[in-house]
Design a protein around this ligand. Structure first.
Ligand SMILES: Cc1cc2nc3c(=O)[nH]c(=O)nc-3n(C[C@H](O)[C@H](O)[C@H](O)COP(=O)(O)OP(=O)(O)OC[C@H]3O[C@@H](n4cnc5c(N)ncnc54)[C@H](O)[C@@H]3O)c2cc1C
Length: 473
């Protein structure tokens, strides 16, 4: 066995997924620090390396990735379910993008070392312990500045997920990854799950020509989703600014999270697949109305119940009901949790940073903000105010807590001139370029004024909520 290798660095970043990449890209642009990045996977990109083949970003590529490097061509699609909206990268494009960012951008700075196929084992008095998954080489990293945990937002995805119910021998339960490689043709499908993966899977089956009545969807809960029309940057940024205005106006008036969500639905910012079912989920995903219309064509929806077991006889549900099987039924497991509930403990502490959401669901923008804040000369107490964690639970009931924390963080960041200047130009900020477009767009001016007028009333109204006032002010 080789002797233990010892490395010294300013920052050790655990995780080369989208979060670790956006943080590191920002930090090395703004600070003279060197960074060691470590990941157990063979390449950067995190969960995108194992994503199902028809996966796409649910937001535009124009504001995803790392600040230094454009993803895609900032093109507005003119055909398909995304017509009229900014392009959204496929999984393979995202994987290529992160590989290119690592090779052509981060490594060429001379400040970044990447250790793929390397497991992080923890810290003791000697330093942080790593082991190569290929050679078994042990490495100890001595960190001069901070250890950065870029894993708290890591997603649970179908390909790496353990089925939460028993399946009898001979029954095919596949992750969506395997749908492009089926041996037999003409079967029917039971899609299990209520999140964005199940929507993507049903949408893809329909797009591939599977008749709606050959799809059964076991969807235990309903989700609130952003209408993709309002989540548009650059030339369509007026819609995004209108969303910001609707967001603060609805927050200033809402008695509870449900009233807030219904108000946003009336303003056409939120949408749900079944307008007759009250959503319990909100994960910040976006969808187009064309996709929603397609999904509504699936009528065989099993609601409010979960799968308990699958056997040759069919599906046993948690209320004891049995759904009969048809010959050759293919079950598609879309029950992986996706983004986990996030911790709200302060992110900066001596020698450590743990990345969190500080924006409403925009993972890479949040991580880049951490990089920009870390490069500031401020102390940790100030940095924690600039990066107030947004308490994401995935539950619609938590929406107002998300709104309140995100607004408070945004107000704090807007008062730091250096950060404000960086943020206004950051390609991950969906509102980038809004100010420059105002001269030609009265709708943008009106939305901008409504946001400025609405933030104060929204924050005062939210702070007056008894339970939250005690916990987050
Ligand atoms: C299908 C899908 C679509 C999405 N679309 C969007 C979108 O449009 N916009 C958006 O903002 N978000 C989106 N998300 C949320 C998504 O989770 C983030 O965009 C982002 O990719 C998450 O990156 P991450 O780096 O936080 O986590 P991950 O991609 O999970 O990366 C974490 C990394 O840490 C590594 N790691 C963990 N523990 C160790 C250890 N002990 N040792 C070594 N390495 C370790 C893992 O190997 C992994 O590479 C989407 C999520 C999914 C599943």
């Amino acid at each position: 066995m080789c002797p233990v290798r010892v490395l010294e660095t300013d920052y050790l970043v655990l995780g080369a997924g989208a979060s670790g990449m956006a943080f590191t890209d920002t930090l090395v642009s703004r600070a003279s620090a060197d960074v060691v990045m470590v990941d157990r996977l063979p390449a950067p990109g995190g969960h995108w390396l194992d994503a199902y083949p028809f996966v796409r970003l649910h937001q535009p590529s124009a504001c995803y990735g790392v600040p230094s490097t454009q993803l895609g061509n900032d093109r507005i699609d003119d055909a398909g379910p995304n017509a009229g909206f900014y392009e959204r990268a496929r999984g393979d494009e995202i994987r290529d993008y992160f590989a290119k960012v690592m090779e052509q951008r981060l490594l060429t700075t001379g400040k970044v070392t990447f250790l793929p196929l390397t497991e992080y084992r923890g810290e003791d008095v000697d330093g942080h312990h790593l082991v190569s998954r290929l050679t078994g080489q042990d490495t100890v990293v001595k960190v001069r500045s901070r250890f950065v945990d870029a894993t708290p937002l890591q997603a649970e995805i179908p390909a790496r997920h353990t089925l939460p119910f028993p399946v009898h021998d001979g029954i095919r339960v596949l992750p969506p990854n395997d749908l492009g490689d089926l041996d037999d043709i003409g079967g029917s499908f039971t899609v299990i799950g209520a999140g964005k993966t199940s929507m993507d899977t049903c949408g893809w089956l329909l797009e591939m020509g599977v008749e709606p009545d050959r799809i059964r969807w076991i969807r235990s809960r309903e989700s609130w989703l952003f209408d993709r029309a309002v989540f548009q940057p650059l030339d369509l940024v007026a819609a995004y600014m209108r969303l910001q205005a609707d967001w603060v106006e609805a927050a200033a008036a809402a008695d509870d999270a449900s009233a807030f969500a219904h108000d946003l639905e009336e303003r056409r910012a939120f949408v749900r697949i079944d307008p007759n079912v009250e959503p319990g989920i909100w994960r910040g995903a976006t969808i187009s109305r064309a996709e929603v219309d397609a999904l509504r064509s699936i009528e065989r929806v099993v609601r409010r119940r979960r799968v308990k077991a699958i056997s040759a006889a069919g599906v046993t549900l948690d209320d004891g009901d049995q759904l009969a099987a048809t010959a050759g039924e293919i079950y598609v497991d879309c029950t992986a949790a996706g983004t986990p509930a996030t911790a709200t403990a302060p992110a900066f502490e001596p020698g450590r940073i743990a990345l969190r959401y500080v924006t409403v669901g925009l993972t890479t923008w949040s991580a880049a903000i951490f990089g920009a804040v870390e490069a500031l000369p401020e102390d940790d107490a100030t940095k924690n105010k600039l990066c107030l964690p947004v308490p994401f639970t995935g539950e619609a009931a938590g929406l107002l807590d998300v709104v309140q924390a995100a607004l408070r963080g945004e107000v704090a960041r807007s008062k730091n001139t250096e950060l404000l200047t960086w943020n206004q130009a950051c390609r991950l900020n969906p509102a980038r370029g809004a100010a420059e477009r105002m001269a030609d767009d009265p709708d943008l001016v009106a939305a901008f004024s409504a946001v400025l007028a609405g933030v104060g009333p929204a924050l005062r109204h939210l702070a007056a909520r008894p339970a939250v006032a005690a916990s987050t002010t």
